[in-house]
Ligand binder design. Structure first.
Ligand code: ARG
Length: 296
């Protein structure tokens, strides 16, 4: 028996479509014009992503797809998961609120199978769209939290409290990068891949304060506009739907192997590789605050 390198939650794109527009990438009319071709393409693209992740040793759990919920495929938005605890998402737009129930059932099923210990909800009516706006950084033992277009700034305190780790709020400034995961991706060895144009000056200053210059990998706008920053990093491998030459060379120089798996039909919904996955096995570590000597 081999141990999985990572465990993800995914959802088959059986009902994926662009039926409404809640971000600037989405155009239901242009989708409808070629929907048959695009539906078939999305299934192939998703299967290739699934194969790529399985190929690097990841275990993949599935949440059942459901009719009339085309964005259910974007499991990154299902919840925030750390230390076997899941905090379920609450969505900004009514178009996606119907996903809350199937995602909750999905997590109850994972709990039943012993893969998750607790399933919790955010207090009050706080909006937080799961890992899409709450990205785990294992190097800094902290969450980076995007707010503005989709998630509430006030979700930061309950996340800190529930998980007992630091959370760094970053205001998002560009409608194209409406979820933090479209603009920021922590890599395994501590580098942060990010899209400078996506953040307010204060957000950018926060990134600069927390990430040493040598660990900042700025994503060129051309790559960012193909959602290259929406990447999944497992060990030395970076899985993404797009990677231009310059970005590729920077990642390779850092020792990462880039696996490009194109996702053009999901791009029409504003989603890339990270959006289609949710990491279920992240663990925080105690005593490893940056700059402190970790207790052995
Ligand atoms: N169409 C979806 C939406 O606008 C795409 C979600 C992509 N997910 C993500 N984590 N960025 O909500």
């Amino acid at each position: 028996m081999t141990t999985a390198t990572a465990r993800f939650l995914m959802c088959r794109p059986d009902h994926f479509a662009v039926d409404y527009a809640i971000n600037p990438w989405m155009n239901p009319e242009s989708w409808a014009r070629d929907s048959k071709i695009l539906v078939n393409a999305s299934r192939r693209e998703w299967a290739a992503l699934h194969r790529t992740l399985a190929g690097i040793g990841a275990a993949i759990e599935l949440v059942p797809s459901a009719p009339h919920l085309p964005d259910l495929v974007f499991t990154a938005n299902a919840a925030v998961v750390l230390d076997r605890k899941a905090v379920l998402a609450r969505f900004r737009y009514p178009e996606r609120r119907g996903e809350e129930e199937p995602f909750e059932s999905g997590f109850r099923a994972l709990q039943g199978r012993g893969l998750i210990d607790t399933v919790a909800k955010l207090p009050g009516d706080l909006v937080l769209e799961g890992a899409g706006d709450c990205v785990w950084d294992r190097t800094r033992n902290a969450f980076w939290m995007g707010y503005g277009p989709r998630s509430d700034r006030d979700a930061v305190s309950p996340i800190k409290e529930i998980f007992g780790v630091d959370a760094i709020p970053l205001e998002l400034a560009d409608a194209r990068f409406y979820h933090l995961d479209t603009a920021l991706c922590p890599l395994s060895r501590g580098e942060i891949m990010f899209v400078p144009a996506a953040f307010t000056p204060a957000g950018l200053a926060e990134i600069h304060a927390r990430v040493a210059p040598g660990d900042r990998i700025e994503v060129p706008l051309e790559d960012a506009c193909h959602l290259a920053a929406n990447a999944v990093c497992v060990g030395d491998t970076v899985v993404t739907s797009y990677c231009g030459g310059r970005l590729h060379r920077r990642l390779a120089a850092r020792g990462y192997q880039v696996k490009v798996t194109p996702l053009p039909s999901f791009l029409r919904s504003g989603g890339g590789a990270f959006c289609l996955t949710l990491r279920l096995d992240w663990q925080s570590h105690v005593g490893a605050v940056e700059g402190n000597a970790a207790v052995a």
